[in-house]
Design a protein around this ligand. Structure first.
Ligand SMILES: [Zn+2]
Length: 115
């Protein structure tokens, strides 16, 4: 009876080279999937931030209409005109960056996501 030659493929399993190649391919695919997920997550928070900016900018216009053209001084003044002002005034990407209330042009902008 013949002994199997070292490194030669036998019929009852995978060689170490085949297993290494498969694991390497799986690692590469996981890296691609993680990169894709983090990129789409960033785009989602940017879209949410732009939505918050539009809602708060509209609230400024509504505030001016109700107050004879006076500009709101703080985000607190916008509470009757927009829902969840306390949450919407912070960028959704990190939850701590406060949006900028610019009453000279009636817009709200984000330092991280400028329009
Ligand atoms: Zn933002």
């Amino acid at each position: 009876m013949d002994d199997p030659v070292p490194g030669k493929k036998t019929d009852n399993g995978f060689t170490i080279v085949e297993l290494t190649v498969v694991l390497l391919l799986m690692a590469i695919l996981m890296l691609i999937a993680i990169a894709s997920f983090s990129s789409s997550s960033g785009r989602a928070s940017e879209a949410a931030c732009l939505s918050n900016q539009r809602v708060l900018s509209t609230a400024i216009s509504l505030y001016r209409a109700d107050n004879d053209g006076e500009a709101p001084e703080t985000f607190d003044d916008l509470r009757p005109y927009a829902r969840d002002v306390d949450k919407a005034r912070f960028c959704p990407s990190d939850g701590t960056t406060e949006l900028i209330l610019d009453t000279t042009c009636d817009q709200v902008t984000c330092p991280k996501h400028p329009r």
